[in-house]
Write a protein that binds this ligand. Sequence first.
Ligand code: NAD
Length: 244
Amino acid sequence: MRLKDKVAVITGAASGMGQAEAIRFAKEGAKVVVADLNLEGAQAVADEIKASGGDAIAVAVNVMKTEDIINCVKTTESTFGPVDILVNNAGIFDKYTASLDTTLDQWNFFLNVNLTSVFEFSNAVLPSMIERGSGSIVNIASVAGLVAGKGGAAYTASKHGVIGYTKHLSSEYARYGVKINAICPGTIETPLVKDVLAGIPKDLVPTRTFGQVEQVADLAVFLASDEAKFMSGVAVPIDGGFTI
Ligand code: NAD
């Protein structure tokens, strides 16, 4: 029970990695807020957690909407108490798109969902974490936040931004006992990448495998827990060696 009685909000938790993180966090004793655009999917995850004896609620959140973020934090506080752990996991991906083929609308959409949401959600929970002298934020970035040419112009910029912002937040708030770190998954088998999986050669991955959601969830538990207390502002690759 490495997260016993911790209150954890996980965005994009109706599917893929977020879903695995929600289930895993609950097994470690956390009270989980399954936050997603897809309320039906989020409710199914919350129900699964409760059926296994855990504690969870589903909240409808569009991470592009400030009012949804504020409402999610308020609902969490009134149901479980202040947020101890925030996992900024919600994100979008599309086929590789070069900069010259990216419209301004597409650019803004990627930046809003993948990066601006991390800024807004973090700012919504940080004051309480700082006041209490503890808290953990785990941002799901990507290997596309570490190296270029893997995820298209807007996706790459958004994920590099997540890592830069993670480091910046740490430089400001680690001194108050708040841990802010990022995870950089390589190719993980989720619905998000199902359409492009066949086109990604496994030979590029030293392990010759793609990742599984549970592996990312394990890392997220570690970073959210006290075991990672001395880790601050890092971006940890979990990619089978893809970026070595
Ligand atoms: P997924 O598509 O399986 O799940 C993403 C979830 O986010 C969905 O439930 C979706 O409803 C939700 N979501 C999307 N837009 C939202 C919004 N505006 N507001 C609230 N919720 C929203 O994806 P996944 O593969 O589990 O990806 C999770 C994160 O991991 C993303 O940030 C993604 O960029 C990142 N990532 C994925 C891979 C991969 O190979 N799957 C690799 C690197 C990084």
